[in-house]
Design a protein around this ligand. Structure first.
Ligand code: PRP
Ligand code: 7HP
Length: 178
């Protein structure tokens, strides 16, 4: 059924355990606050959905859709806002929720854009990080897993819009996109 996929990099159990840990850490750090979880569509949707329930305190949720990939496995470097926030974030504690940081180009653009809207604080949680692929220096505050330089799909991550619904994270065979 998944002839284009190779090994499972992260199982459902590994993801669930790490999301629970991140939820505890974020709960502690935002005690007494009402953070806005800013889910970056589409990839961060499952992660946001699980993470928000692992945070034991009040949270707000909003969404942005930005795209720099289109069809393929390399960031175009041209970031477009496809859907913007519903409300102003001025004075709010914003926590950007990403599925993966690869070149860093998307996050770099996004953080610049969000900073100009003057939130009270701006942090980033990412489920996956590929530090070996970085083209610009971006800092994350919470990081689920560092992963090698392989194209991965599942748990929200796609290749040409496929595989987002896999409950685990798998590697896409390089011959599929090379
Ligand atoms: C993916 C991912 C990040 C970005 C990371 O989004 O969700 O936003 O790429 O890559 P970068 O660090 O190289 O910029 P994508 O543009 O594929 O949109 P999607 O979440 O809708 O699939
Ligand atoms: C974006 C992206 N989407 C899916 N899988 C990966 O490994 C990716 N890196 N950057």
């Amino acid at each position: 059924m998944h002839a284009d996929l190779s090994k499972i990099l992260l199982t459902e159990e590994q993801i669930a355990k790490r999301v629970a840990e991140l939820g505890e850490e974020i709960t502690e750090d935002y005690k007494g606050k009402f953070p806005l979880l800013l889910c970056i569509l589409k990839g961060a949707m499952p992660f946001t959905s699980d993470l928000m329930r692992a945070i034991k305190g009040p949270v707000q949720v909003d969404f942005m859709a930005i795209s720099s990939y289109g069809a393929g496995t390399k960031s175009s470097g041209v970031v477009r806002i496809l859907k913007d926030l519903d409300h102003s974030i001025e004075g709010q504690d914003v926590l950007v929720v990403e599925d993966i940081i690869d070149s860093g180009l998307t996050l770099h653009y996004l953080l610049d854009n969000l900073r100009s809207r003057r939130p009270a604080s701006l942090k980033v949680v990412t489920l996956l990080d590929k530090p070996g692929r970085r083209q610009v220096d971006v800092k994350t505050d919470y990081n689920g897993f560092d992963i090698p330089d392989e194209f991965v799909v599942g748990y929200g991550l796609d290749f040409n819009e496929r595989y987002r619904n896999l409950p685990y994270i798998r590697v896409l065979k390089p011959e599929v996109y090379e």
